[in-house]
Ligand binder design. Structure first.
Ligand SMILES: Cc1cc2nc3c(=O)[nH]c(=O)nc-3n(C[C@H](O)[C@H](O)[C@H](O)COP(=O)(O)O)c2cc1C
Length: 152
């Protein structure tokens, strides 16, 4: 079996997309689902206070090649890898890609990473980004039936 790999990164949304963020994210998710299905990738994309936080997991070559393509995308800038490495199992296997937006008022979520009401992307650690994304994945699973989804 091919090595399973996971990557977490953060980036800043390009200011020009912010006014139209929902439809930009929908376009991203649409092409991500199509490509990621072919590449055996699963993951989650968060938008939070002008930032993207994303995880990609799957075969190591697919993760690396997809991240290389994503990092050149002009809809965001300054991508920083927070964690990458081999893993035992998938944590986001429900979605080839799914987007969820977090508001500054999502206190329960920000508490998970001890953000005390303020989200500072630069202070994210591998552990805090892991805790945040897995907490959001849990909520996404719980609310998928009654919330309109960006992902299909
Ligand atoms: C924040 C962000 C996340 C993205 N995530 C993915 C992804 O998971 N998979 C993917 O194929 N493309 C992703 N993209 C889009 C790629 O950068 C690129 O536009 C796309 O893969 C091109 O494929 P297409 O020609 O099939 O549309 C993302 C772009 C951005 C800005």
């Amino acid at each position: 079996m091919r090595q399973l790999y996971r990557l977490y990164y953060r980036s800043s949304q390009t200011p020009s997309i912010v006014s139209d963020l929902d439809s930009v994210v929908q376009q991203i998710v649409k092409s991500s689902i199509r490509n990621n299905k072919d590449d055996g990738l699963t993951g989650l994309l968060l938008t939070i206070q002008g930032c993207f936080l994303q995880t990609l997991e799957g075969p190591v070559d697919s993760v690396r090649n997809t991240y290389a393509r994503i990092s050149c995308d002009r809809r965001h800038r300054d991508p920083h890898i927070i964690f990458q490495g081999p893993v035992e199992k998938r944590l986001f296997s429900d979605w080839n890609m799914c987007a969820r937006s977090l508001a500054p008022t999502d206190k329960a979520i920000l508490d998970v990473i001890n953000a005390k009401g303020k989200f500072n992307p630069a202070s994210l650690t591998p552990q805090s980004v892991h805790d945040l994304l897995t907490a959001v994945a849990k909520i996404q699973r719980r609310t998928a039936l009654d919330t309109p989804l960006t992902a299909i």
